[in-house]
Design a protein around this ligand. Structure first.
Ligand code: ADP
Ligand code: MG
Length: 613
């Protein structure tokens, strides 16, 4: 019997990656990556063995890699549990010599000593353990550790040995694609699902087809994850993208005089590639031996560089489907894993290949660690069945003008569910709108939980209120929310994906419900005042414009009366803009109605003028 996971004796989840490693822990509110606050959450899987005997792990070791190649080990995971003979081919790319260790296994000669890949992995695990202990404030002795689905028994055993060397008990070794699925809550719904996990990391690619059968169907009580097939390429990843960018720059005239120039360009290429996630074009200043050289890259060039690499990943996807004896259409879900799946070229190609939008709501280089933490919670007996997942625990909506929330999906709606609503712009000529996705029961955005924002751009300039923006919410059976906004005339579209239940506990949902009841009356009043203000401001604008056009056609007495009514409404709008709670809605409503009645004439006159003109 295993003692359960508890805050005093936690079981953490570890993604021991080829390029980067992370540790996560599952709290009642869901899993989170540890060390995020101190900035060192993602640990590069790089270890430097100084000749003095000291050891550096992570970002610092990676920075110094080019200066101290003979002391630095990267990608040791590729050697885990494999014979020196098997590894001879690709280990030529290593900066330290491959040697034969005990039982013919692969090892490395570094800083005057032979080190097994388990020892290197143990140094990384020790670092992760320290991060976890610093974050959680208790000793950490047990972990769930992930490995690629294609790892054989020897490779899994080597991973366990590495954990033991680091003072950690590996209570479970879990497949990386299984962990990714768990992070998305797949398997917690009532139906079984077939999923494909597409994992493009730094140096390796793999795709796995899994069947997930919920416990009650499997007859075992526990969810069953069955790997149907896996395919991939152990020498294909983000590093290849970086190298291809460098080749391009060299062909364009970047001066390479020494080996370290190339290394500097590789570093710049990675920075440029990552920056293009959020911008269209980037220039990176790169210090080469002949001086500082500006290196430029844009989205289209990056796409072109990626194209042959992406094509190779799709070949592997086709192989995996063939081995699993199914078609792309029979895949219920596609999950993206690995930092390189942030590449737009990858996302688009995968969506086209499988004929569906893949899951991207969770950060692709954190999702495996998050899933490992979920598995750790399950192993430790604290199964996260708090907010699962038959209904929407809290209403979902978007922020509207004036800071209120328009709810599209109501609390307690059964999932899957979908809803849509029309919105428009609030300013003349507005070409973009920011969509702020919210969760909660109150009436004001500031009292709701923010789930994320995105911008819909490229709206053709039109007067306020004319563009038709359709906002669509879909929540699928795993509780993943997709919000899409489409402007009808131009067809321009944007969307966001989130997991609304993350960061929420049962207690918190109950607190939010309680507060919404306590504030119901006051909230409704404020919401009404804000709506009155938003509508009145548009009215005032239209009346003002019409009045400018036809002032000469109206008698002075009417104009004076109209302007007094406008002033009364404007004063309330201004008061409401300062503090909507300070405005009494019935009086506001009456003033607005009076203005509505009076303004008929100016509008009619204006229309008549327009028709005549
Ligand atoms: P691994 O599983 O091999 O440890 P990761 O999942 O951490 O690797 O992925 C690392 C790779 O992701 C690196 O090649 C890195 O350059 C790439 N990467 C990270 N962020 C981005 C981004 N925004 N765009 C493109 N590639 C990225
Ligand atoms: Mg990985």
């Amino acid at each position: 019997m295993q003692p359960g996971s508890s805050p005093a004796d936690p079981i953490v989840g570890i993604d021991l990656g080829t390029t980067n490693s992370l540790v996560a822990y599952c709290e009642p509110s869901g899993p989170r990556v540890l060390g995020e606050g101190s900035g060192g959450a993602m640990v590069p899987s790089v270890v430097r063995y100084h000749t003095s005997g000291s050891v550096t792990v992570g970002a610092k070791a990676r920075e110094d890699r080019n200066a101290f190649p003979a002391e630095t080990v990267s990608s040791a995971k590729r050697l885990m549990g494999r014979s020196a003979r098997e590894c001879a081919e690709f280990a030529r790319g290593f900066s330290v010599p491959l040697v034969e260790g005990p039982r013919g296994l692969a090892a490395l000669a570094v800083a005057g000593r032979t080190r097994t890949p388990q020892e290197v992995a143990a140094d990384i695990l020790r670092e992760l353990r320290a991060i976890a202990e610093a974050d959680l404030g208790v000793p950490v002795r047990r972990a769930v550790i992930t490995v690629p689905a294609y790892f054989d028994d020897a490779q899994r055993q080597a991973t366990r040995d590495a954990a033991r060397l680091a003072g950690l008990e590996a209570v479970r070794i879990v497949n990386e694609p299984t962990a990714a699925a768990l992070a998305y809550g797949i398997g917690q719904s009532r139906r079984s699902e077939r999923i494909a996990v597409y994992d493009l990391g730094g140096g390796t690619f793999d795709v796995t087809v899994l069947d997930i059968v919920p416990g009650h169907e499997a007859g075992t009580g526990a969810d069953c994850f069955q790997v149907l097939s896996t395919a991939g390429d152990t020498a294909l990843g983000g590093d290849d993208v970086d190298r291809a960018i460098v080749d391009r720059w060299i062909a364009q005239g970047a001066p390479v005089r020494a080996e370290h120039d190339r290394a500097a360009l590789v570093h710049a290429a990675e920075r440029a590639k990552v920056a293009l996630f959020a911008q269209e074009r980037v220039t990176v200043e790169c210090t080469l031996s002949v001086g500082v050289h500006p290196c430029t890259l844009d989205r289209a060039e990056l796409d072109e560089v990626c194209r042959p690499l992406v094509a190779r990943t799709l070949d592997a996807c086709a192989r995996a489907l063939r081995d699993a004896q199914c078609t792309a259409r029979e895949i219920d879900r596609v999950v993206l894993v690995g930092g390189s799946t942030r590449l737009a070229a990858v996302r688009e190609a995968v969506a086209r290949f499988f004929g569906q939008q893949p899951y991207t709501a969770l950060d692709p280089d954190r999702v495996v660690a998050l899933g490992a933490a979920v598995q750790a919670a399950i192993v430790g007996g604290g199964r996260r069945d708090l907010l699962l997942l038959d209904v929407i625990p809290l209403s979902l909506g978007i922020e509207t003008v004036g800071g209120t929330i328009a709810k599209l999906v109501m609390r307690n709606s059964p999932i899957p569910t979908r809803a849509h609503e029309r919105f428009s712009t609030s300013k003349d000529g507005q070409t973009s709108v920011r969509i702020h996705v919210l969760q909660g029961e109150r009436e004001l955005a500031e009292h709701c939980r923010s789930l994320g924002t995105f911008d819909l751009r490229g709206i053709p300039p039109m007067p306020a209120g004319i563009p038709q923006i359709e906002v669509l919410f879909t929540v699928d059976q795993n509780g993943v929310l997709v919000v899409t906004a489409v402007e009808k005339r131009s067809g321009t579209e944007a969307s966001i994906q989130v997991v609304p239940s993350y960061g929420l506990t049962l207690e918190e949902v109950e607190r939010i419900e309680r507060e919404s009841l306590e504030h119901a009356r006051a909230d409704m009043t404020v919401h009404r005042v804000i709506d009155l203000r938003v509508h009145s401001e548009l009215d005032l604008k239209w009346i003002g414009e019409a009045l400018v056009r036809v002032r000469g056609k109206l008698e002075a007495g009417y104009i004076a009366e109209l302007e007094a009514a406008m002033a009364a409404v404007r004063a309330r709008c201004e008061a409401a803009a300062r503090d909507p709670r300070a405005v009494e809605p019935d009086g506001f409503h009456a003033a607005k109605q009076a203005l509505d009645r009076l303004s008929m004439r100016v509008h009619e006159t204006s229309i008549a003028e327009t028709l005549r003109g």
